[in-house]
Design a binder for this molecule. Structure first.
Ligand code: PHE
Length: 454
């Protein structure tokens, strides 16, 4: 099948960065860091980004660009025709549905916040009211569902129309803008009274807070944030041009992604310690109750500025969420379209319907169905657990084993040097990681933590 390429090298980086940078950085990272005690978690997370996340991203790029096929065909072809590897093609479909279903719930909350900013609904609210407003909103049986459906429909429409050009163009404008806004907000947040405590929480590790779940959580967060382990980036790398430097791009994307996560922490935690009644460990609501507070506290005397800033920021957040959610739906659609010949639009529409149903269950787990538990978790937490703590580590491990042990080394060398044109000083390190370090490390963490859970 002829593939349309990203038109430029920077387009390729931005599209991958668009998938990577999203609510994982701005919502999930502060949530996880807060729940796991701050600095110690951050340290482990950054180590995993570098030692596992980026090498797995490079590997997904290699697989996608080398084979230019759907995931199951890529693994089949590159393994020299071993049927069992075809099963890897199931990972992106299953994970794509699960991850998009709960991600769309949070993306829906973001859209609602953009809307509320737009009608100036935050003006004059107090800290306590922000907390109440949010809790009332997410536990409502209808409202959050509607916003989630809106996100999923827009998402489905974009994927149905074909993604490459749209993503490339969107990402080129949106990513730098989001970055500028984030940097300004960090500046604002650091002027709040709790800034010093917030910084201490983020950067002074207290290893007594390292509980047994922290390592698997930090690994899951690193994988989630980079979108690795689900073969999602294989799908994107099919569209990379032959002159893209895969290793350099993965490092750039990893760098951008880590930076955005840390900057988000620098917005959230100083605010958390400045607002009474909010605890860093309070979970998924953290970002949604602190951010509007930051806008009001910093720009309180300048209503127009507060209005504009909060509106544009939430809109950018919605777009960041969309560039990630597109890549999630694309995983499922690519499977039905490329492996089973289903027309792109039909595949997008049907997959969207499945996600609406699953997403409704996730959304309701904050209200009406808050008592429905599977393994002691509501649907939202359950899906997050399955994706980040089961599928991503297993997927990452298999990808490493595949490229490190199954595929001919020459393929790796060819792809990473662009057939001898590039000098890749890190190749030996990368090869060591995918052959030994990553598989052993992931397996040990995984087994250890799962046994502790049981
Ligand atoms: N990396 C995305 C984010 O940080 C989430 C994502 C996970 C996207 C898995 C694709 C696949 O928001």
């Amino acid at each position: 099948m002829a593939k349309e390429n990203f038109g430029s090298k920077i387009g390729a980086i931005l599209a991958a960065a668009g998938s990577a940078v999203g609510l994982g950085n701005i919502w999930r990272f502060p949530t996880e860091t807060g729940e796991h005690g701050g600095a110690a978690f951050l340290l482990i997370y950054v180590a995993f980004m570098l030692l596992l996340g980026v090498p797995i991203m490079v590997s997904e790029f290699v697989i996608g660009r080398h084979s230019q096929r759907s995931v199951s065909e890529s693994f089949y072809m590159m393994s020299g025709g071993r049927k069992a590897w075809k099963l890897m093609g199931l990972i992106p479909v299953v994970a794509g549905f699960l991850v998009l279903s709960y991600y769309a719930v949070v993306a829906g909350w973001t859209l609602y916040y953009a809307f509320t900013s737009g009608i100036n609904g935050f003006a004059g609210r107090t800290s306590e009211q922000f907390v109440d407003d949010f809790n009332t909103f997410i536990s409502d049986p209808v409202q959050p569902l509607l916003w989630m459906v809106a996100i999923l429909i827009v998402n489905g429409a974009i994927v149905a129309l074909g993604v490459q050009r749209g993503i490339e163009r969107g990402a080129k404008i949106m990513m730098p803008m989001l970055f500028v806004f984030i940097v300004i907000l960090v500046g604002c947040s650091l002027t709040l009274p709790g800034a010093a405590d917030g910084l201490g929480f983020m950067f002074k590790p207290d290893f007594s807070k390292v509980t047994h779940g922290i390592v698997l959580s930090a690994m899951g967060q690193a994988f989630f944030s980079l979108s690795v382990g689900l073969c999602c980036l294989c799908t994107y790398a099919c569209y990379f041009r032959k002159d893209v430097n895969l290793m350099k791009d993965a490092l750039s994307v990893g760098g951008i992604d880590t930076m955005v996560a840390i900057l988000s922490g620098l917005i959230i935690f100083p605010a958390v310690f400045s607002i009474p009644g909010i605890a860093p460990s309070q979970g998924p609501s953290l970002v949604f109750v602190t951010l509007p507070n930051v806008f009001q506290q910093v720009f309180g005397g300048m209503p127009l500025l507060a209005y504009l800033f909060s509106l544009v920021f939430y809109l950018l957040l919605v777009m960041a969420a969309l560039t990630s959610s597109i890549s999630m739906l694309e995983m499922a659609v690519a499977y039905f379209h490329e492996d089973h010949g289903v027309d792109r639009r039909t595949a997008s529409a049907l997959s969207t319907v499945v996600c609406i149903v699953l997403g409704a269950a996730c959304s309701l787990s904050f209200g009406l169905w808050s008592n429905v538990k599977v393994f002691d978790m509501g649907f939202f937490d359950l899906f997050d657990f399955i994706v980040c703590k089961l599928i991503m580590p297993i997927g990452g491990l298999l990808i490493c084993v595949f490229l490190g042990w199954v595929v001919d080394e020459q393929v790796l060398k060819d792809e990473l040097t662009n057939y001898g044109q590039l000098h890749t000083p890190y190749y030996p390190v990368y090869r060591f990681i995918i052959r030994y370090f990553a598989p052993i490390c992931i397996a040990l963490i995984f087994i250890n933590e799962l046994f502790q859970l049981a």
